[in-house]
Each structure stands twice: as structure tokens, then as C-alpha cells.
Design a protein around this ligand. Structure first.
Ligand code: HMH
Length: 219
């Protein structure tokens, strides 16, 4: 079993709970209230800036130009790629960037990004990728699963979100992260693996918490 297969198995029950979460299934069948999606969008846009900062820790800590470029390209993919999904919805909902920054991150959001940032600050490239992977990979899987639901890609409001996360661009960026995790963890000790698993599972729990936060419109 590869390291990423082991990580996946360790987090599987939490991921299945994410897939079954009413917020996620509501995007898939189009029944999610736009008010909840709007709240999620604002929180997630704030989240993505810190998420990009986690990759930026990788730029700082990389010891090879190739790895440095990898992390740097990912910073760019978030700021210029993934955020396109958010900015398109913000335009549709009439939300400006200024309005987003007037919003305070809810505690599950703040706790999640602080956890990732501290794991990145304390760790090396492998810990950084482990912290990022649960986010990227779970969204890639949600995108793929929702895209397989009849009508989800064509839904007049949520279709664009499903298209974005099931897109070849997003899927390819995620695949590169999965491969990178296996390469960075190759030959690591059981003790080192345990630390990666601890981070990956904690971030998966935070992912579930983020869906729950959005579902409950947590203040
Ligand atoms: C909370 C959260 N996790 C993961 C992603 C995917 O990058 C996202 N946009 N938001």
C-alpha cells in the first residue's frame, strides 16, 4: 500500500461523512439554500488565502528549486485558479472582495487554518503536503462524485461549482499533490508516517467541521 492509500484508509469514515453531509448532497441535487451557500462562499474565500499561505510555507522550506517551484505553482493555482470559482459566484451574488474581508472567519474556519499553518510552521515539506492534501483531495473526490449525479453539472446555480471541482485543471493539480505526498514520504519511518497521518486525519475532521459550520450558518 502506498502512503496516500494508507492516509486515505485512515480518513475514510470521515470522508464518507463529508460526502453524506446535507450541505454537500444539497449542492449535488440543487436543494441547498442559496443563503447557506453564500455564507460558505464568504468563509471559503477567506479560508483560501490562508490555504495559499500554507503552500507559501512550502516555498520557504523547500530545499530544492524543483520543490520550491512546485509549492509556488500551487500558491498561484489557488490565487488564480480555484478562486476563479469563488469570484464568479461573488459576481453573481453581488459580493465584492471588500465585503468578504469585512466578514470575520467563524471559529471552525479560524481553527482549521491555524492548525494547518502551525503544522506547516513546525514541519517540513512532507507535513505541509499532508496538511494540504486532505483539503485538495476531498474536494477533488466531492467534485467527481457530484459530477456523476444526473443533472448536477447542468444545475443553473450549483453546476458551476461542480464543474470547477470536477474540472481537469483541479483534478490534475490534486493528482500532482497525491504523487508529491508519496514521493516526499517514500522511505519515511513508521514514526514519521504517524505524524503525517495525524495531520491528514485532523484536517479531514476540520473539513467535516467546515461543512457543518456552513450548514448551521455558524456566527
Ligand atoms: C474548507 C475547504 N477545504 C478545501 C478546499 C479545496 O481547496 C476548499 N476550497 N475549502
Amino acid at each position: 500500500m502506498t502512503v496516500t492509500q494508507r492516509l486515505y484508509e485512515a480518513a475514510r469514515p470521515i470522508w464518507e461523512a463529508c460526502h453524506a453531509h446535507p450541505f454537500v448532497t444539497g449542492i449535488g441535487d440543487g436543494t441547498l439554500e442559496v443563503e447557506k451557500f453564500r455564507y460558505f462562499l464568504l468563509q471559503d474565500y477567506l479560508y483560501l488565502f490562508d490555504y495559499a499561505r500554507v503552500f507559501a510555507w512550502g516555498v520557504v522550506k523547500a530545499r530544492s528549486p524543483e520543490l520550491m517551484r512546485f509549492f509556488s505553482a500551487n500558491v498561484d493555482a489557488i490565487l488564480g485558479g480555484e478562486m476563479k470559482i469563488h469570484r464568479a459566484y461573488m459576481a453573481r451574488l453581488g459580493i465584492t472582495e471588500e465585503q468578504v474581508f469585512a466578514v470575520r472567519p467563524a471559529l471552525p474556519n479560524l481553527s482549521y487554518t491555524n492548525y494547518m499553518l502551525s503544522a506547516a510552521a513546525a514541519g517540513g515539506p512532507a507535513e505541509i503536503v499532508a496538511a494540504i492534501l486532505a483539503c485538495s483531495w476531498s474536494y477533488a473526490e466531492i467534485g467527481t462524485r457530484l459530477a456523476a449525479r444526473p443533472g448536477a453539472l447542468e444545475h443553473p446555480f450549483y453546476g458551476e461549482w461542480v464543474q470547477g471541482y470536477s474540472s481537469e485543471e483541479y483534478q490534475e493539480t490534486n493528482r500532482a499533490l497525491v504523487e508529491r505526498m508519496d514521493a516526499l514520504a517514500a522511505g519515511c519511518s513508521e514514526e514519521e508516517y504517524r505524524r503525517l497521518e495525524e495531520i491528514f486525519v485532523a484536517c479531514s475532521r476540520y473539513e467535516l467541521g467546515f461543512w457543518e459550520m456552513a450548514w448551521k450558518l455558524e456566527a
